[in-house]
Design a binder for this molecule. Structure first.
Ligand SMILES: Cc1cc2nc3c(=O)[nH]c(=O)nc-3n(C[C@H](O)[C@H](O)[C@H](O)COP(=O)(O)OP(=O)(O)OC[C@H]3O[C@@H](n4cnc5c(N)ncnc54)[C@H](O)[C@@H]3O)c2cc1C
Length: 466
């Protein structure tokens, strides 16, 4: 059933008020214009029809939008670049989608304090480039780093290809400016290296998926740029062996900057698209990188190689040069796109303690075989974070039902191993059915109490996460 958004909320009045109060605000109301803002990268989820999409350019405008929407009882969906993989930015019927893409200024790179302060619409890669111009480095780099925004990264607590060594977005956020559900604005944290006054509100808003407040400014920590990377590739006869190598590298105390895995299915898909001459007879491949530089990097890769050999690697080689390493990294980043050439590809996300990676890989293979589902596996194996990706026949009407049963079995397997239903993509709409299974009823009750305190009318991204 298509809901007429106008029947839900007094939107015409709200739009009139927005035009009157904020004459410079870009507002899209025509359904042909708003269509592109209904979905994120989870096209399979049912998206609502927004009454309007607005593009604020500063915090004051965001405050006014929130105040007017709250007075009208109109919900708000925050949106960055729409690359999310759990449905967080998917439109809600009759709601206002607030797109942060115009708030894309890098406000400051503070070389004295090793911080950067940015608006939420800044693209991750642009912050990386701006920091590099000062010899500095912003570590979190989701594979989507050339398109996703810092606001989206903060809201999802995103990971990426450098988390083994540097951690996730939360580890790099020093302070936030947040517009709350009543239109008031708060600042959490700042440039201090140490600050433990009161509760950690920065930590609360990071990962809150647009349900607790709208992030309008972000201060992140930076590091000096590390040396250029050295890259090692190892092939294995089975994905289990590659998993054992991951566990072995971790247990040996080796902390590379990147430790990524691709299974046979993904290797073939990536090689079809990128023609890298990968070993297509292999069951799996690991990519291990060190950014220690010089002899330390050589020693680190030698230790990683020893762990791969102990786990029966069939071949271990070094990237010939920086260019080849870049191609390999880029190919891994585009694994999902390559798998999409084989059918409708649905990327999932589970996480387990790193010693359990071999068992998790076995469990995914078992579930896929039992249910006859084509599943490609790749991911940030060094973090214990895997992306089983379901490949569907686009014309199969039973595909959706099959996926739900596969997903359920895979999440339960991850939880039995002490893992998580999502390592980095968030709960959004896609995982909320399983949240209580992992966190337990009491914890979810506590989350609801926090939501109730910060957003008593339930206007911020309703229906997401909880
Ligand atoms: C090919 C591909 C590869 C990917 N690789 C990775 C990866 O390696 N690691 C990883 O973690 N993720 C990855 N992702 C997922 C996605 O890119 C991240 O979740 C990213 O952080 C989303 O950013 P976005 O700007 O697109 O946010 P959106 O998708 O627009 O929004 C995501 C969430 O953030 C909220 N939000 C956005 N802006 C704000 C704001 N200013 N204030 C409050 N809430 C806000 C939205 O409401 C929503 O809940 C990948 C996605 C794709 C398509």
């Amino acid at each position: 059933m298509i809901v007429d958004p106008a029947s839900l909320y007094p939107m015409a009045t709200l739009i009139d008020q927005l035009r009157e109060e904020l004459p410079g605000l870009r507002i899209l109301t025509d359904s042909a214009d708003t269509e592109a803002f209904r979905f994120d990268e989870t096209a399979f989820l049912r998206a609502g029809r927004p009454l309007a999409v607005v593009f604020p350019s500063n915090t004051g405008e965001v405050q006014e939008i929130v105040r007017l929407a709250a007075d009208a009882g109109v919900p708000i969906v925050a949106r960055g670049a729409g690359t999310g993989l759990s449905g967080g930015a998917v439109a809600v019927d009759g709601a206002l989608t607030v797109a942060f893409t115009k708030m894309d200024a890098i406000l400051e790179i503070d070389t004295a304090n090793l911080t950067a302060t940015v608006q939420p619409g800044v693209i991750n890669a642009d912050l990386g480039k701006a920091a590099a111009e000062h010899g500095l480095f912003y570590p979190p780099d989701p594979a989507s780093y050339e398109t996703c925004t810092i606001g989206g990264n903060v809201a999802e607590n995103s990971g990426g290809l450098r988390c083994v060594k540097y951690g996730v977005t939360r580890d790099w956020v020093a302070g936030l400016e947040v517009v709350l559900a009543d239109g008031s604005v708060i600042r959490t944290g700042g440039k201090n290296k140490k600050d433990v006054a009161g509760y950690d509100l920065t930590g609360l808003f990071v990962g809150s998926e647009g349900t607790l407040g709208l992030v309008t400014e972000v201060t992140v920590r930076l590091l000096p740029l590390p040396p250029a990377k050295l890259t090692l590739i190892a092939f294995f006869a089975t994905v289990h062996d590659a998993g054992e190598a991951v566990a072995g590298i971790t247990a040996a105390g080796v902390v590379p900057v990147t430790l990524e895995l691709m299974d046979a299915f993904t290797i073939a898909a990536v090689d079809d698209v990128h023609h890298l001459g990968l070993d297509r007879t292999a069951g799996a491949m690991l990519m291990v990188e060190s950014d220690l530089g010089g002899a330390a990097a050589e020693a680190q890769l030698a230790a990683a190689e020893a762990a791969c050999t102990a786990a029966r690697a069939t071949s271990v080689l070094r990237a010939a040069d920086a260019q080849e390493a870049d191609w390999l990294r880029q190919a891994r980043r585009e694994a999902h796109g390559s798998l999409e050439k084989m059918g409708a590809a649905r990327m999932d996300d589970v996480s387990v303690p790193r010693s359990k990676v071999p068992e998790m890989l076995d469990a995914i293979a078992r579930v896929a075989a039992e249910r006859g589902m084509r599943v490609g596996v790749f991911g940030h194996a060094g973090d214990g974070n895997l992306h089983p990706t379901y490949i569907l026949d686009r014309d199969d009407p039973t595909a959706e039902a099959q996926i739900d049963s596969v997903r359920d079995a895979i999440y339960r397997a991850a939880l039995r191993l002490g893992g998580a239903i999502t390592g980095e993509h968030g709960t959004g709409l896609a995982k909320k059915r399983w949240l209580e299974l992992q966190r337990g009823a009491r914890s979810v009750e506590l989350m609801r109490a926090i939501k109730q305190t910060l957003d008593p009318a339930g206007l911020l991204n309703p229906g997401k996460v909880l």
